[in-house]
Design a protein around this ligand. Structure first.
Ligand SMILES: Cc1cc2nc3c(=O)[nH]c(=O)nc-3n(C[C@H](O)[C@H](O)[C@H](O)COP(=O)(O)OP(=O)(O)OC[C@H]3O[C@@H](n4cnc5c(N)ncnc54)[C@H](O)[C@@H]3O)c2cc1C
Length: 247
């Protein structure tokens, strides 16, 4: 806002100290850690989407932090202040089967989960993972497009032989829109099977419609089995239905 005012009134020469006093500190941006400490010791990977929106029909604005991060030169060292907080997705026990739903950058924490479990498997038996991913087009915004299929084959943690699975919904690759909730319904037998074997559900990504649509699909899945939707509430109370979403 202050920048806009100064742009509108270029003849105003504000002393630098005033400018500093008037500028509020930047708020922190949260990002989910998308790497496993076992797979990448001493590193933290982030999966960031560059935010932009049309402020007016002719003016596109860009998110401050995501645009800045994307503009950094990976060949130059940049010091970025960061704070690490425990998020709202508790790290799962290796023996707990997982149903993960993470469209778009919602896949960030689940890349870490899959990496972590794959690394744990080298040392101990682990439970399988079903992962539902979604994006607009297979050819444009399919994040980690080689990573998921890699873990979905050769007895990997997402492989059907091990009881796992990877399902991608490409919403705009066909005339009708296909989202993660459609894939969950399509795979209801597998999802139910996982839930009956004690799976925990994790949902991450956009906070707009996705979490409610996913919840409705999960309720349909459990109802198919003749179980009422209260079952999901029990799962929540047991700390086994976890959501981390953002706008
Ligand atoms: C727990 C948590 C985890 C997260 N994990 C991730 C992650 O893994 N990956 C990821 O990419 N993001 C993640 N986010 C989101 C991230 O924190 C930032 O919100 C996001 O990157 C945008 O920040 P920015 O500074 O680029 O945009 P900002 O400049 O802060 O703008 C953010 C939003 O505000 C809106 N906005 C701002 N100003 C205007 C305006 N004048 N008019 C209309 N709209 C406006 C825009 O719609 C824009 O989307 C997470 C958020 C939370 C809370």
């Amino acid at each position: 806002m202050l920048c806009k005012v100064l742009e509108e009134f270029p003849w105003v020469h504000m002393p630098f100290e005033w400018l500093v006093q008037l500028t509020p500190p930047l708020k922190k941006r949260a990002f989910s850690i998308s790497s496993s400490p076992l797979a990448h010791p001493n590193q933290i990977h982030l999966t960031v989407s560059v935010v932009s929106w049309l402020a007016t029909p002719f003016r596109r604005k860009h998110g401050l932090c995501s645009t800045w991060l994307a503009g950094l030169d990976p060949n130059e060292e940049t010091l970025v202040p960061c704070w690490i907080h425990q998020g709202s997705l508790p790290p799962p026990d290796p023996s707990t089967p997982l149903v993960l739903i993470g469209p778009g950058t919602g896949c960030a924490p689940f890349r870490a989960f899959v990496e972590e479990r794959a690394a744990q498997r080298a040392r101990e038996p682990t439970a399988p993972i079903l992962f539902f991913f979604g994006c607009r087009n297979k050819d444009d915004d399919f994040l980690y497009r080689d990573f998921w299929p890699h873990h979905a084959q050769n007895n990997g943690v997402l492989s059907p032989e091990e009881g796992g699975g990877f399902f991608a919904a490409f919403s705009r690759d066909q005339p009708e829109k296909v989202y993660v909730q459609h894939k969950i319904r399509e795979q209801s037998a597998r999802v139910l099977n996982m839930l009956c074997s004690g799976a925990a559900v994790y949902v991450a990504g956009s906070s707009t419609k996705m979490p409610a649509d996913v919840r409705a699909a999960m309720e349909e899945v459990v109802r198919e089995k003749g179980v009422d939707a209260g079952w999901l509430r029990k799962l929540e109370r047991a700390g086994k239905y976890n959501i981390e979403t953002w706008s």
